[in-house]
Design a protein around this ligand. Structure first.
Ligand SMILES: Nc1nc2c(ncn2[C@@H]2O[C@H](COP(=O)(O)OP(=O)(O)OP(=O)(O)O)[C@@H](O)[C@H]2O)c(=O)[nH]1
Ligand SMILES: [Mg+2]
Length: 444
């Protein structure tokens, strides 16, 4: 698997004690891994300096621990390398849709033509295949056999010489018969690249395809970048298929071809069989190489940080069922409302109790710290704060980027808060404050 070592690097990062050192070490490991899997050197240096710059200068959003923030940055930058967030569109936007497959010799064009035909057929499209390869002796036979296996008609001229003419006639043939998708396989068997590119250009001009797909062999290494660039200069590449990603750790070159063309990887080939084609999902791919099952949803939650403090939560607090999760939600909701002083002033009965000298900025800072601290606790710790011993405190403090004393302080505050709620209940103060209690609560 490509980028296999990134997982290990991230694991190391998470166990590290000092943030800056951890970042630097992770970046070194990442560079090694990207180079090992043939990502182009310029891209390697670009991505590492971006990650470093962001990790050391950007501040995590409120409520996000530095560790999680860092993972988010790595995720986003890897995603950028692969062309960004947008999912590839595999559904043709018109009919007929003509796909021209291009690529070097042996890259997997013919195999991919068959796989694509099968994929689209299963999606309910009427698909035709055209063999415009007059160089490989048995090219037409190869495609015809594939077509027969999946019940897709193949146009070709055994022994034909003029690839450009065959391509034109093949497309015409299927268009006249009302086919939805027409896939044109071309030759890669040129000794000189220039002649190959020229033939491709001619076919391109004549059949006017809706999509040019570049087929890239994952094992090709660093050259992938320049090959993709060259193809793109001669005919505008619309999408990329990376083949043979099964069983190679060196797909980085092919994956970084995206950066050379601006085209998106649409499919990946993961085996020799006709069904071994996958729609490429960059998000899932990156989650997989980061080895954190659920990076996607982590990133999602880091971005949103939308926690609503519900009425039910309020009821729980009044009932004395206060726990750190509730405190957390409350803190985050509070912070989302805006400047603290204003917020406090909106609470009836509170305005005159606010001493003038209170430094709301200072308070805000403290709240932000608390949020970060709670954020680096485990669910178990949130539910039973009493299990938080010295070594847990140390871990939490590191994750939140605060001192151990600050963690201890929060827990103390929490205990005090819990006691206060109990007192309020007992003394029936809540009623006086205008908070109506649910039936049977607050009488104890
Ligand atoms: N493991 C693996 N093998 C593949 C994949 N795609 C293609 N191949 C193999 O790669 C070899 C070349 O595939 P072709 O489809 O003939 O390549 P081509 O680009 O059409 O080659 P030319 O027509 O000579 O330019 C064949 O042995 C395929 O079985 C893949 O995703 N995984
Ligand atoms: Mg072929």
């Amino acid at each position: 698997m490509v980028f296999e070592g990134i997982k290990e690097a991230l694991r190391k990062f998470l166990g590290h004690e000092k943030y800056e050192e951890a970042v630097n070490e992770f970046i070194r490991d990442l560079q090694k891994e990207l180079i090992k899997s043939d990502v182009e050197l310029k891209l390697v240096s670009e991505i590492s300096s971006r990650i470093k710059q962001r990790a050391l200068s950007e501040k995590p959003p409120i409520g996000v621990s530095r560790k999680n923030w860092f993972i988010t940055i790595v995720y986003e930058e890897l995603l950028r390398l692969l062309g960004g967030e947008k999912k590839p569109v595999v559904k043709p936007s018109k009919k007929p849709w003509i796909i021209l497959l291009v690529g070097l010799q042996g890259s997997g064009k013919t195999t991919t033509a068959g796989k694509l035909a099968y994929f689209y057929k299963l999606e309910g499209y009427k698909v035709g295949l055209v063999s415009a390869d007059t160089y490989r002796p048995a090219a037409y036979e190869q495609l015809k056999q594939l077509g027969e296996k999946i019940g897709v008609p193949v146009y070709g001229e055994p022994g034909g010489q003029d690839a450009v003419d065959i391509a034109r006639k093949g497309v015409e043939y299927f268009v006249q018969r009302g086919f939805d998708i027409i896939i044109v396989d071309t030759a890669g068997r040129h000794h000189k690249e220039e002649a190959l590119l020229e033939e491709m250009r001619e076919i391109y001009k004549l059949i006017n395809p809706d999509e040019i797909m570049l087929v890239l062999d994952a094992t090709i290494g660093q050259q992938a970048y320049s090959i993709a660039k060259k193809f793109n200069e001669s005919t505008p590449i619309g999408s990329i298929v990376v083949t043979k990603l099964d069983g190679t750790a060196k797909g980085g070159g092919a994956l970084s071809a995206v950066a050379a063309t601006g085209a998106r990887i649409k499919f990946i080939g993961v085996g020799e069989k006709i069904e071994d084609l996958e729609v490429f999902k960059p998000q899932r791919f990156i989650s997989r190489i980061l080895g954190l099952g659920d990076v996607e949803s982590l990133v999602e939650s880091v971005r949103k940080m939308q926690l609503e403090f519900t009425e039910e939560d309020a009821k729980k607090i009044i009932e004395g069922k206060l726990n750190l999760r509730l405190v957390y939600k409350q803190l985050v909701s509070l912070r989302k409302l805006g400047p603290l002083r204003k917020v406090l002033q909106m609470i009836p009965g509170f305005e005159y109790k606010l001493p003038m000298e209170i430094d709301s900025k200072e308070l805000e800072k403290r709240l932000d710290k608390w949020i970060a601290i709670i954020n680096s606790m485990t669910y178990e710790e949130l539910d039973n704060p009493e299990i938080i011993d010295k070594s847990r405190m140390k871990r939490i403090a590191y994750g939140a980027g605060v001192s151990i004393d600050e963690v201890r302080e929060l827990i103390k505050q929490y205990e005090a808060m819990k006691k206060l709620v109990k007192t309020l209940r007992r003394k029936d103060l809540l009623k006086k404050l205008g908070v109506s209690l649910p039936e049977g609560i607050g009488e104890s």
